[in-house]
Design a protein around this ligand. Structure first.
Ligand code: ATP
Ligand code: SF4
Ligand code: MG
Length: 317
């Protein structure tokens, strides 16, 4: 049984260029994948490839241009307000910026209590639940009286996680939740994500441009490039990735070898193309070391090459 099924999801933004010209930004351009209960899918790709847009579409914080987001059998992309509110209990998001995600004028306790109050948990039970939630994320319940500015970045992200967990979600979209934290704190928060996932059989869509962080938490990894998924594979198979883009990203997380010049060079050369004007054929072709004539005019489809391993590349047979 699938918890989430995303089918042909598209989000195009219209950007004004000067007085008369408009252009279409293809932020998410036909994405499909599914997620099982308790599974974590890591979503990686360069800045601007559409990761956050995809995350927001799954929670319907944005209206999709086309496609379906089926969560627990209901199409979130088109359902009514009442149904959406009910589904949101089980569908939460944690953002990168822990500070701006919290109301600076509210105590930590009040922030964690808010979703409980919104979903009708009696006042008499809320205080105890807030204490339990703070303990669950490794905070002292006494921190409930503090304001966000009195906490460290790592503590603030723990509060956001407590808030997200308040309604016992089944899926949490985590949009770069550790990227703005110090390296030492990052490891602790990743460990907390892992413990919570195992304890509550949570599913995460874990968005990051850091493939190393993703690979230690995710069951499977989806690699996105310019609004499309290029490869989906089990995290333990990353060293056997087949798509040239995934292979380059994977090489970049391995320690550089001074005897091998290739490992000292940037993983992928050149800038990503403009999503308002994506290259024809395979979108990766202008930067792909293996590109052939066919790649310039025919777009490869994402197809399964082995159980659970999908690749969009003409050269992978
Ligand atoms: N509200 C918006 N209006 C217009 N364009 C947008 C909007 N939101 C995102 N975009 C564009 O859509 C593309 C995808 O953006 P998105 O934020 O999803 O990328 P990302 O992969 O999350 O990048 P990053 O790693 O930097 O967070 C970018 O070109 C971005 O400029
Ligand atoms: S389809 Fe062609 S350009 Fe695209 S990744 Fe494969 S080899 Fe490279
Ligand atoms: Mg983003």
């Amino acid at each position: 049984m699938k918890l989430l099924e995303v089918k042909g999801l598209v989000k195009h933004y219209v950007r004004k260029r000067g007085l008369a010209r408009r252009e279409t930004i293809r932020a998410v351009d036909g994405v499909s994948f599914s997620l099982a209960p308790g599974e974590t899918l890591g979503l990686v790709g360069e800045s601007g490839c559409g990761k956050s847009t995809l995350g927001r579409l799954i929670l319907r914080l944005e209206e999709p241009t086309a496609g379906e987001v089926i969560f627990e059998g209901v199409n979130i992309a088109t359902c009514g307000e009442k149904e959406l509110r009910e589904r949101r209990r089980h569908l939460q998001i944690v953002f990168q910026d822990a500070y701006s995600s919290l109301n600076p004028r509210r105590t930590v306790g009040a922030s964690v209590e808010e979703p409980l109050a919104n979903f009708g948990v009696p006042r008499s039970e809320r205080r105890e639940q807030v204490r339990e939630l703070l303990q669950l994320v490794g905070l002292n319940p006494e921190e409930a009286a503090k304001y966000p500015h009195e906490l460290s970045g790592g503590q603030r992200q723990r509060v956001n996680l407590a808030r997200a967990l308040a309604l016992q979600p089944k899926l949490i979209v985590c949009d770069e939740p550790v990227s703005s934290l110090d390296v030492s704190i990052r490891a602790q928060i990743l460990k907390l994500f892992r413990e919570l996932k195992e304890r509550f059989r949570l599913s995460y869509l874990f968005i990051s441009h850091d493939l190393a962080a993703v690979s230690c938490l995710a069951d499977r990894v989806a690699v996105m490039y310019l609004g499309k998924i290029m490869e989906i594979l089990p995290a333990e198979a990353l060293s056997q990735a087949r798509h040239p883009y995934t292979r380059a990203l994977w090489r970049s997380v391995l320690p550089p070898d001074p005897r091998n010049r290739a490992t000292l060079e940037p993983a992928v050369k050149g800038e990503p193309p403009d999503p308002a004007n994506p290259p024809s054929g395979c979108r990766f072709h202008p930067r792909c070391p293996q590109a052939q004539e066919l790649c310039r005019w025919e777009e490869p489809v994402l197809r399964e090459i082995k159980g659970g391993h999908l690749v969009a590349c003409h050269m992978v047979v």
